[in-house]
Design a protein around this ligand. Structure first.
Ligand code: DGL
Length: 266
């Protein structure tokens, strides 16, 4: 039965576990297959063509695992590749942009939203365009914040260096008086406390993982694909260096992962 097939989720590496964690929490009966493209991470500085090619290969890998739905956890892929490739696959595909934008548009009081993400995400203007579709009156201020990814992977969360970097990156957005900030990258939810400290308590941070989980659930219900099993299992695949992924995974998930396998992409 297709209902008992797993949900596939992929990211350029380990960061997508922030979304996987939420899927596992909200949909405990579902099996999950996670793929992290650790051989080719980071995607956030790559060209559109390259991100599209990698994304197609990742989706094909997940489809070989007989997944019933694909969740694109990576903001760069959701921004750059998803609009182009989405309709080329029969499986339902959920990205991270729409859930985040919907929440941000709802949250803003002064109609001034900030977006931070990788250079490729920001260059694509995907968040900005989508926000304008929801409400053309909203002003969007974006900033590429690439140093946050290695800082999180290094485990430097509440350190003076990270705070300095956050101040430098966020200063222009603070000057623009944004009251809502979209965390447009898989890694940034781990920096929430630092970002909130730098921005002040009045700015609402939008971490889309929870909304993405709800979107996936809604899609499974509407496609009549909810699992009938009682307790789901999660399997993890990477394209390189399972040890590296295993070591970092706990920071993102909050608990250790076992059995990370190396996947062969064809
Ligand atoms: N997963 C990426 C994103 O959310 C960040 C890491 C990368 O650059 O690949 O945009």
């Amino acid at each position: 039965m297709a209902n008992d097939y797993p949900i596939g989720i992929f990211d350029s590496g380990v960061g997508g576990l922030t979304v996987a964690k939420e899927l596992i929490r909200q949909l405990p009966a579902e099996d999950i297959v996670y793929f992290g493209d650790t051989a080719r991470v980071p995607y956030g500085i790559k060209s559109k063509e390259t991100v599209i090619r990698f994304s197609i290969e990742n989706i094909l890998f997940l489809l070989k695992q007989s997944v019933k739905l694909i969740c694109v956890a990576c903001n760069t892929v959701s921004s750059v590749a998803l609009p182009v490739i989405k309709n080329h696959f029969r499986a339902p595909i959920v990205g991270v942009l729409t859930p985040a934008v919907r929440e941000a548009v709802y949250a803003t009081q002064n109609k001034r939203i900030g977006v931070i993400g990788t250079p490729s995400t920001i260059k694509s203007h995907s968040y900005e365009n989508l926000i304008k579709e929801f409400d053309p009156e909203i002003k969007v201020f974006s900033a590429a914040t690439p140093l946050f990814v290695p800082l999180v992977e290094e485990g430097w969360i509440n350190t003076p260096v990270t705070k300095d970097v956050a101040r430098k990156y966020l200063e222009p957005l603070i000057k623009k008086n944004v009251d809502t900030l979209i965390l447009g990258c898989t890694h940034y939810p781990l920096l929430k406390s630092v970002l909130q400290e730098v921005l002040g308590r009045k700015v609402t941070l939008i971490d889309s993982a929870k909304q993405v989980g709800m979107e996936v659930k809604k899609m499974l219900v509407s496609e009549n694909l909810l699992s009938s099993t009682k307790k789901g299992k999660a399997r993890f695949y990477v394209s390189d260096n399972p040890e590296w992924f295993t070591n970092l995974a706990e920071r993102f998930l909050g608990y250790p992962v076992k059995d990370v396998s190396k996947a062969e992409l064809s």
